[in-house]
Design a protein around this ligand. Sequence first.
Ligand SMILES: Nc1ncnc2c1ncn2[C@@H]1O[C@H](COP(=O)(O)OP(=O)(O)OP(=O)(O)O)[C@@H](O)[C@H]1O
Ligand SMILES: O=C(O)c1ccc[n+]([C@@H]2O[C@H](COP(=O)([O-])O)[C@@H](O)[C@H]2O)c1
Length: 197
Amino acid sequence: MTARRPRIGVMGGTFDPIHHGHLVAASEVATGLDLDEVVFVPTGRPWHKEPAAPAEHRYLMTVIATASNPRFTVSRVDIDRGGTTYTIDTLRDLQAERPDAELYFISGADAIAQILSWKDSDELWGLARFVAVSRPGHTFAISSLPEHDVSYLEVPALAISSTDCRARVGRNFPVWYLVPDGVVQYITKHHLYRSVE
Ligand SMILES: Nc1ncnc2c1ncn2[C@@H]1O[C@H](COP(=O)(O)OP(=O)(O)OP(=O)(O)O)[C@@H](O)[C@H]1O
Ligand SMILES: O=C(O)c1ccc[n+]([C@@H]2O[C@H](COP(=O)([O-])O)[C@@H](O)[C@H]2O)c1
């Protein structure tokens, strides 16, 4: 009998800051697809948006948010590689680190809709399977994507976005219960997002 290959979820994101929408999505996919681990991969320098907080802060908030879950880990590959962050490089680096593993890239319905415009999108399908999770306010259209490589999972609807969390901090509104407690305290301690309009 051949041994089952480890199944690893890859949750890429800017995590500016990480919030409960990200954590619930990763947890639901881990259960639904019987994943052994979910690796959170904070982007270094995304080409499509300008992060408000530096990469090291986003990385540390991701570590704090995931620390209590034994199946969650955080990777620095996108931060340490330097340069612009592309998922093709993320998946190549993770595949090189874990050649025995099957990778499942987890993404919200909003992000996956753009995947055909991502760098080297034709080659992405050979490196991982893609799992789109439901996200309030976004519908998922699978029609233009390869059916065998992209699956869809309904997860509990949390209408939380990092944009809204940043704006709340900027307006002096609480982000308690939208992000993990340690992340609230980290944002306060490091005066993050105070000048966001
Ligand atoms: N509430 C949510 N429910 C489901 N998926 C989510 C949710 N929030 C984010 N995601 C998904 O998590 C991944 C990383 O998201 P990201 O870090 O950009 O957060 P965001 O809230 O979309 O940020 P921003 O508002 O700054 O664009 C993306 O694939 C995104 O679609
Ligand atoms: O590779 C690309 O061209 C590409 C373009 C847009 C987004 N991504 C990845 O998609 C993930 C979610 O991105 P975001 O902007 O929602 O944080 C994150 O891992 C990004 O690196 C990747």
